[in-house]
Write a protein that binds this ligand. Structure first.
Ligand code: GDP
Length: 368
């Protein structure tokens, strides 16, 4: 293969030699007008994810390059999974460059959510991570909400410089770039690949801007704490909301337990009778029981009544570990990264969360 091809889907370098390595394409596919790798082809046409290794370290190296450039850094985060979509060590990558945060998937939050409160909350979080952001904008890349404002802000803050679009896997970076192309001209065949699966964008994709500058789509950074990495892609679909979340309120007494599918268990250990509000995918079943019976119930119904994970994938899930919290202030969210959160509305509540080892669980000031 003499000419160098870049996959129009994910930007990785195309190769025709090794099926198991990134960028593989059958030689005959190079004759096509638009060349995409087999992984993107399968993803696009069959919604199927090939098990091609993704080298995580190279990606962080590429991010380090950003600090050496003069550019605007756009960071896309997922409002539904803020903690899981924050690039670890992000402040180290950006150098002196300005940062604009685009908070995506705003369509998932209940309509009653106060947008200015979310923006302030995100700004505060960024400061706690050591970054003073230029601005925070809310958008839904998929529903085409806020895209034009985001584009305007990018153009203003970049002040004639290049732009780097950064984000963790699955935040909707490719969807956003596709929307930019759709909204601001471009060839439909050149759209980047998007999917339900984390890690679709493998290499730098470069989009020329009208003043000769460039917008670079950097590879999605893998945040290991996301629950997504432990589930089969089909089950990931089951826990990933696609519609506005309807909060589910449970009035609980102490020593009651709620199972979120079979993936997380919430024990209300101590406190006065209290309402807990769950913000998870609407189709994910919540099951209430007494704390005393929870172990037994789990053993009997895991993989069936208590799913996902299903019986098939149960063995791949790491064992549960416990996270214990005593809520000191009223209106606190207990967040299970990638799955959603539970709002506790009064102080003095002691909860224990059982989640697969490796999945991030934390508390924060309530965002809704
Ligand atoms: P990337 O890995 O950051 O490039 O993410 P993708 O663009 O491939 O999107 C990951 C998943 O998030 C896909 O299933 C998208 O359909 C979904 N997604 C992207 N943007 C939005 C959005 O605004 N709202 C919702 N609900 N889902 C979105």
């Amino acid at each position: 293969m003499k000419r160098k091809f870049i996959c129009a889907g994910c930007g990785t370098t195309i190769q025709t030699e090794d099926k198991k390595k990134p960028g593989y394409t059958p030689p005959q596919a190079l004759q096509r007008e638009v060349v995409i790798c087999q992984r993107c082809f399968r993803l696009k046409h069959y919604n199927e994810l090939q098990d091609v290794p993704v080298e995580k370290t190279d990606f962080t190296n590429q991010l380090h390059e950003i600090g050496k450039k003069n550019a605007l850094v756009v960071k896309i985060v997922d409002v539904f999974d803020f903690e899981g979509s924050w690039i670890p060590g992000f402040q180290r990558f950006i150098g002196k460059n300005d940062v604009l945060i685009l908070a995506n998937k705003i369509d998932l939050l209940p309509k009653s959510t106060k947008q200015h409160k979310i923006k302030l909350w995100i700004k505060k979080q960024a400061v706690e991570h050591g970054i003073a952001v230029k601005d925070v904008l809310l958008m839904s890349a998929e529903k085409n909400i806020g895209i034009k404002d985001a584009a305007k802000a990018i153009d203003m803050y970049r002040a004639g410089q290049d732009v780097y679009i950064t984000g963790c896997t699955n935040v909707g970076k490719s969807t956003f770039i596709n929307q930019l192309i759709l909204n601001f001209g471009g060839d439909e065949n050149q759209l980047l690949t998007t999917s339900h699966f984390p890690g679709t964008t493998l290499d730098l994709v470069d989009l020329p801007l009208d003043d000769g500058r460039h917008m670079y789509d950097t590879p999605g950074i893998y945040n290991e704490k996301q629950v997504a990495h432990f589930l089969h892609p089909i089950e990931l679909k089951e826990i990933t909301p696609t519609k506005e979340i309807k909060p589910r309120v449970y009035q609980l007494n102490e020593r009651q337990t709620i199972f979120i599918g079979g993936i997380v268990r919430v024990d209300f250990v101590k406190g006065s009778p209290h309402s807990f509000v769950f913000y998870v995918d609407n189709d994910l079943r919540l099951h209430r029981t007494k704390l005393e019976k929870a172990d037994q119930l789990y053993e009997k119904h895991k993989g069936e009544l208590l799913s996902p994970p299903s019986k098939k994938t149960l063995a791949q899930i790491p064992p549960f570990v416990k996270h214990s919290f005593t809520i000191k202030k009223g209106k606190t969210d207990v967040v299970i990264h990638g799955l959603g959160w539970m709002a506790v509305t009064e102080p003095g509540v002691h909860v224990v969360i059982h989640a697969p080892r490796g999945v991030g669980v934390s508390i924060r000031e309530a965002i809704i």
